[in-house]
Design a protein around this ligand. Structure first.
Ligand code: AMP
Ligand code: ZN
Length: 112
């Protein structure tokens, strides 16, 4: 499948791994928007949040278990933000669902 993030999971495209388990892979964003910027993905290819159903929602739970674990391992006790862009208007540029974990700066709200 011609998917950038599936290729990263397969090791065909290099990435800086931050966390991995049976269901989830996390790696440093190549263009960080905060001092700490990690992308977390389910290893299984899901296009976007618009494709979540009772068949695959357990993988999103696994993503959030990884969020908590990565936050603990990296000392993000001051807080963080998780962002999931969906579709064209949502600013999604890679068609494999992913969650940005941003931290170590004061993040503006609303995001604009
Ligand atoms: P989005 O705009 O929400 O689809 O986010 C896609 C993210 O993937 C962006 O923050 C990119 O900087 C990041 N990205 C694209 N290619 C790579 C790559 N090869 N390695 C790490 N991050 C990447
Ligand atoms: Zn994929």
């Amino acid at each position: 499948m011609d998917c950038l993030f599936c290729k990263i999971v397969a090791g065909e495209i290099p990435s800086k791994k931050v966390y991995e388990n049976e269901w989830v892979y996390a790696f440093e964003d190549i263009a960080p928007q905060a001092p700490f910027h990690v992308i977390i993905i389910p290893k299984e290819h899901i296009v976007s949040a618009a494709e979540i159903s009772s068949k695959n929602s357990h993988l999103i739970a696994k993503v959030y278990e990884a969020v908590a674990q990565i936050a603990k391992e990296n000392g993000l006790e001051n807080g963080f933000r998780v962002v999931n862009n969906c579709g064209a208007d949502g600013g999604q540029t890679v068609g494999h669902i992913h969650f940005h974990l941003l931290a170590r700066r004061n993040l503006a709200w609303p995001p604009g």
